[in-house]
Design a protein around this ligand. Sequence first.
Ligand code: NCD
Ligand code: ZN
Ligand code: ZN
Length: 456
Amino acid sequence: MSDILIKNTKVFVNNYLQPAEVLIEDGKISRIAKEIDVQRLNQVIDAKGSLTLPAGIDVHVHFRDPGLIEKEDWYTGSCSAAAGGITTVIDHPNTIPPTIDKKTFKDKLKIANRNSIVDFGLYGGVTGNIEKLPELWKSGATAFGEIFMAESTGALNIDEKCLDEALGVLKQLDALPCIHAEDDKIRLECEAFLKDDYAPDSHSRARPNYCEALAVEKAIKLIRKNGIKAHFCHISAMESVGLLRKERYLDSKEGIAPSITSEAAPHHLFLSTKDWDRLGSFGRMNPPLRDRRSVKMLLNSLNDGTIDVVASDHAPHTEAEKDVDIKSAPSGVPGVETLIPLMLVAVKRNLLPLGRMIDVTSKNPARIFGLDRFLKGNFAEGYDADIIIVDHSKVTEIKGDELHSKAGWTPYEGMDGIFPEYTIARGELVWDGDLIAPRGRGNFLPGRGFTSGDSE
Ligand SMILES: NC(=O)N[C@@H](CC(=O)O)C(=O)O
Ligand SMILES: [Zn+2]
Ligand SMILES: [Zn+2]
């Protein structure tokens, strides 16, 4: 494996940016110092004053492979990740077939092993398959979900009774459930009421804030009843944030670590219901675009620590699939490649501090999903060299046709992004303006329940 010395750069260490050099050996960060003297080196990168930062860990992607590879596959999805500064992903189970038992898990693992250029974990799906959860855990599922409380792409949603049962089993396994919280009864009622309304923004009205908040509330009750730790996917409504804040408070009063963690998606942080006019049916995703008040609240809660993680919910669909009326369009937008670029612009605009951005895109996802065991999520000597080099002054326009997802479009068209100059994954240069990584170089990062021999 080639060694790399990054010269003429700045690193964010001890809470401030400081000039440094970074030495990478055997895939690890081996030294961070003002000056590093080495005799023989394979490669020197002159960062020309750019920042060397931890790469992102995106715990919420839908790479669509197997079964939906007209939308994305493990190679294109992982290329899109690497080009956007993400070196680890966790893939959700709503593929065809869905990842809901040992066989479908192993089949997806084989495909990912052969094709992914970034390291990856896989979620185990939760449907009516309660008796299959232990075998998914043993096969190496990182966590479980997304557990759909309402219909979304793939229609894997379950009712409260089934959720309760699943939480009971996952508690026994000591595995983490990840919940897509929307209330399906409210969705059905609102959709029926809006059945003749074809305005794109009717999708936001069909799944209103209280549709999410009520599901969050119900899920919290079941989480507490089962005494389990849990994670909420893509929180978007201000009312949900209030509920999560309360749970944080209750845990802190008991003097215990937070039992409930959550993530926000870039489309809920950087887009709003104002974008319906521009996006039309391309703006359809679940949970839907929210109004400015929720957007502001979401950003505040990312800053104050109520929300722990930013994850893309990369959910690509082709342009042809999306370019239909709002009710026929599938839900979901691509986002793995634009997550870090949008967050870097947010830092530049003082919407959140750089240290907090690093926490929510790298440190916290590693800790919550147990990837710190693999030496991920810490920009420090001895940890995996998962690194991006970014020129913070170089703001460019996001263009869908320059991104690497099969989707070929982005809801952020024309918006500002700061893209990485280089992405280094476990010490290997994978992106330098071109993708230079061999297919299949990504490693599987199995969950804690993995029993070797059970998953080859
Ligand atoms: N977010 C979406 O609107 N769609 C996701 C599924 C999901 O996360 O709900 C998809 O897989 O297409
Ligand atoms: Zn979801
Ligand atoms: Zn999703």
